[in-house]
Design a protein around this ligand. Structure first.
Ligand SMILES: *Cc1c(COP(=O)(O)O)cnc(C)c1O
Length: 244
């Protein structure tokens, strides 16, 4: 891997550790996910050679050629909006689907998994919650979250392991903080309702991951800080999304 990228990765790890320290959490509480949308496989392979295994991708058609058949070695999470007609393909590269946000998607996952899972086996998913209130973003509304979580937990094919959110997109991380607080409080509420398996909080990106860690993130999803600016605008991944 280029020295520059090794340095960036080390710097991010150090910032994660420092943020953990500030709030009295062990650094091992937080996993760094490298978000590789638009990043060429060659550059991704460099990070794999350096020992990295946790990756995130937004689009099935982009992720499949990169990661298909590597589920034994790599922990790739689907973090983008998932159309029901892409579920079958998503299951060919993802070990976790973080963007479960509606009943129709739950039903499609159940249908596709019914024949492939072994007895008693469940496929791990997170529920994506729209904590920013921006109509542009995907995710179940906070009001609908408990009901959807109960539906997922009742599934024979799915295991609800955590929650995911994209916070308010802003250059001021403090404005994103209430989104992180909301996700953590929702997780705690689900646990209090007996859903004890809901542990992970996937939240925080390049511009706000330290704030997310202060509020309890267990996975931070980082692209730009490691791979540099993307050639495409994020609006292509989050339709109608806008930075404020
Ligand atoms: C692109 C993306 C990220 C990473 O964003 P950066 O600002 O580049 O770190 C994280 N989460 C999701 C869902 C993304 O689409």
């Amino acid at each position: 891997m280029s020295n520059e990228r090794i340095e960036r990765l080390a710097e991010i790890q150090a910032r994660i550790a420092a943020a953990c320290e500030r709030v009295g959490r062990p650094a091992s509480d937080v996993r760094l996910m490298l978000v590789t949308k638009t990043v060429a496989m060659e550059r991704i392979e460099e990070t794999i050679q350096a020992g990295h295994v946790l990756f995130g991708e937004n689009r099935v058609q982009e992720a499949l050629p990169k990661y298909e058949g590597r589920q034994a070695d790599l922990d790739v999470h689907m973090i983008g909006h998932l159309q029901t007609n892409k579920v079958r393909q998503a299951l060919r590269f993802a070990r976790v689907i973080e963007s479960v946000d509606r009943v129709s998607l739950v039903e499609e996952l159940e249908k596709r998994l019914a024949d492939t899972l072994g007895a008693g086996e469940r496929f791990p998913v997170y529920m994506q919650v729209n904590t920013s209130g921006e109509a542009s973003k995907f995710g179940v509304t906070p009001e609908g979250a408990v009901e959807l979580a109960e539906r997922i937990v009742a599934s024979e094919q799915l295991e609800l392991c955590g929650l995911m959110t994209i916070a308010l997109l802003t250059s001021d991380a403090e404005r994103a903080r209430p989104c992180f607080v909301m996700l953590r409080e929702l997780r705690d509420e689900l646990q209090a309702r007996g859903m004890s398996g809901v542990r992970e909080l996937s939240m925080g990106m390049t511009s706000d991951f330290e704030t997310a860690i202060e509020e309890g993130a267990t996975i931070v999803r980082i692209g730009t800080a490691v791979f540099g600016e993307r050639p495409t605008r994020d609006e292509e991944y989050w339709p109608r999304g806008r930075r404020s």
